[in-house]
Design a protein around this ligand. Structure first.
Ligand SMILES: *Cc1c(COP(=O)(O)O)cnc(C)c1O
Length: 470
């Protein structure tokens, strides 16, 4: 067991481990190649009776743990959406862990609360989000969306559901393309997953507003109570954008809460050329985006913004005697701004990143990612065996094996080839991509969001693919 005096002597071991990890990272297989149960079998069956040496533990990180890690910070991790980090963010996390504060209320660390307030203002203003919005950091977009749905539920039931339970007639709307966290949240909020109405999308993957309005009016005729509409700015499958202006007007007309899920694409709003993404946001009651996806701030860090914070407080506040403080009302007690009581000090890493990078460098990095997506689209178009299907949309591209299937069997044959190509790419260990489905076709998705991605890594990816196509 260490005493505090042992810190200085042992910290270099950990720092060296991290430095070595960064050095060898580009050579490690991006996607872990282990079989189910392989890691579990190597871990001792119980707590050791006597403490073991730190050297042994670190050696086991290399021996047991690393082979079972999928390297999210690898430059050729292009799967799902990124969860990128940075040295700045890592350093802040070290300090955060050292301080080890639990930031549930202002008094339990005033700096954490006030830095969080300022960081949310920084993001709001740099992203040109509506000036009156106020923000709070949450753990994930899933939690933020659940919070939004609960607020919508309370508004629709005159703030009675928290006390008396949820009536069975509430309805929530989103498109068929929106994220699974919405369906999960509608269930958890007690509204019932069967009361989530999924609206069809157009050829660009955007919700069709006329169909939304039709679903709402039909529901009302049937005694249902529309309470919440959730739009996506950047869907998970193919990065599609719902029209917040048209849908916002419908939300207003029928008295529905409008929640905007920009979990991944929100970062792009830091670029003035993407101001089109802000269209209609004035209608939104709440909005979420993840700095932990594409803003160089390691997981977890979710920015949740609301138009009227008093509603959020009314839904989330619960005040036992032991949490009453003298400063209530003068300061932000963030435990009232979300679901968990306990909160990590997450603002510090945002401050380190935003301050040490500066807006200009952040914009430069984001633009570089957008450029990689453009170049990759050209690469795909130049491959006779491939077909570019989506993008470049921001830093996203989706493609498949070429050819036009005239019937189900032919489409399935093409899909099998696309699937085999993806598996082959991932098995090389040199790159990690993931997939989605659109119009019956299996698509390979590529996202360019790694913090330290450079031209050489880009060429690696292209080489892996061309080698496999030969
Ligand atoms: C990633 C993602 C989510 C879920 O984010 P978590 O922070 O992991 O909960 C929700 N919506 C969209 C559009 C996403 O891309």
């Amino acid at each position: 067991m260490f005493s505090r005096d042992d810190f200085s002597d042992n910290a270099p071991t950990v720092i060296k481990w991290i430095a070595d990890y960064y050095t060898k990272l580009p050579e490690l297989p991006v996607k872990s190649q282990v079989k189910p149960g392989e890691i579990y079998a190597q871990i001792a069956h119980q707590i050791p009776e006597n403490g073991e040496s730190f050297e042994e533990i670190i050696a086991d990180v290399d021996r047991i743990i690393l082979p079972g890690i999928t390297h999210w910070q690898h430059p050729n991790f292009h799967a799902f959406f990124p969860a990128n980090g940075s040295i700045e963010s890592l350093f802040a996390e070290m300090i955060t862990a050292a301080i080890g504060a639990q930031c549930m209320i202002w008094e339990t660390s005033p700096a954490a609360a006030e830095l969080e307030q300022r960081m949310m203002e920084w993001l709001r203003d740099a992203m040109k989000l509506p000036k009156m919005w106020e923000g709070v950091i949450q753990d994930t977009a899933s939690t933020a969306t659940l919070t939004a749905i609960i607020c919508a539920r309370e508004i629709a039931t005159n703030f009675r559901s928290n006390d008396y339970g949820v009536p069975a007639n509430l309805r929530v709307y989103c498109s068929t393309e929106t994220h699974s966290s919405i369906e999960k949240a509608v269930g958890i909020a007690g509204i019932g997953r069967k009361n989530l109405v999924k609206i069809a999308v157009d050829e660009h993957g955007a919700m069709i507003p006329a169909l939304l309005e039709q679903a709402i009016t039909e529901d009302m005729e049937n005694g249902k109570k529309p309470c919440c509409i959730i739009t996506a700015l950047g869907t998970t499958g193919t990065v599609a954008f719902d029209d917040n202006e048209a849908i916002g007007q419908i939300a207003q007309k029928y008295g529905c809460w409008l929640h905007v899920d920009a979990a991944y694409a929100g970062s792009a709003q830091l670029l003035p050329e993407n101001e089109w993404m802000n269209k209609g946001l004035a209608y939104a009651d709440s909005y979420v985006f993840n700095p932990h996806k594409w803003l160089f701030t390691n997981f977890d860090c979710t920015a949740y913004f609301v138009k009227d914070v008093s509603i959020l407080l009314k839904c989330m506040e619960i005040l036992p005697e032991y949490l009453k403080t003298k400063t209530r009302g003068q300061v932000n007690d963030y435990r009232d701004w979300g679901i968990p009581l306990g909160r990590r000090f997450r603002a510090l890493k945002l401050w380190f990143v935003l301050r040490h990078y500066g807006l200009a460098t952040i914009q430069q990095k984001l633009r570089k990612h957008l450029l990689f997506a453009k170049q990759f689209s050209v690469f795909v178009e130049n491959q006779p065996k491939l077909r570019l299907v989506v993008g470049p949309t921001l830093n996203f591209v989706a493609f498949r094996i070429g050819g036009e299937g005239k019937n189900v069997a032919e489409i399935e044959a093409i899909n099998q080839k696309s699937k085999s190509l993806l598996e082959a790419i991932n098995t090389t260990g040199k790159a990690y991509l993931s997939h989605t489905k659109k119009d019956q076709y299996y698509l390979i998705r590529v996202v360019f969001g790694q913090t330290y991605l450079n031209e050489k890594d880009f060429e690696n990816l292209c080489r892996v693919i061309t080698d496999l196509l030969e």
